[in-house]
Design a protein around this ligand. Sequence first.
Ligand code: ZN
Length: 302
Amino acid sequence: MYILRSLYFGWVVGVLLFAPWGEIRAQASKKNTVVVIDPGHGGKDTGKEASSDKYLDEKALNLLISQKLGNYIKEKLPEVTVIYTRDKDTFLSLEDRMELANGYKADYFISIHCNSNPDKSVYGTTTHIHRHDLLESKALALHIENEFATRASRKSRGIMDVKQRGHNLYVLQFARMPAVLVECGFISNADEERYLNSDDGQSIIASAIFRAFRTFLQENHPKEDRSKVFRVQVLASEVPVATNDARFKPLDMKVVEMQDEKASKYKYKYAVGQEYTLEDANDLLKKVQKAGFKDAFVITTQ
Ligand SMILES: [Zn+2]
């Protein structure tokens, strides 16, 4: 008994001392569902800038809306643990955000942003997902836009995936769980900027996302499997190569290094992309080959 207890004590102290956010981690393990809320931008990265001093920049609006959303979830869904990627005005890279969410093995990821457009007449909400065939992400996104359009009385511009956008959003692509990125409105539009800066506006937006999330949790959705990923290998080398090496420039994509201890000669392998279907991986392969990497090929990793 004594040994057991001291082992347990040692484990708890270990977690609290050595793991970042140890307390949250200990809490998270007791509950069923973990949602990571990600207020976009922060610190030196202001996001979209306010039109004047009397309004807040995007990073501050994102944080206010995120905290309201988190508070609704904590209050009304006590079985759900809320983790923020940031809870103050600090800078975090996109990689930091995903390391945190993936590290916690969070069940859901919700990123909060505000939009901007050179055409000041453009307004409304958009919810981004990685791919339409990632069904949980899509279901959550549809609920969010539906709540915006109905009870929140916003103009919903609908949901968008990578093909419609024409580019990847890092957090949606690299999340290993259902993930959405919500654009809560355009701060380049005078009416919407005023609305997003009002306490009422922020509460209505946050409660719409909350209701969508609650409805989504009550339903049964086909599980979205992101456990296996496809990448395109572009280089194998005997010696390490910097992932920002000039040779990778034509790719214009994030390059990841994978060390293969079992390889006899070419231990350092370099790949791009993170895809969840072979079809997407083959599309990426074509792009990579067009960029001059004729010998590239598709690999799978966990
Ligand atoms: Zn943003």
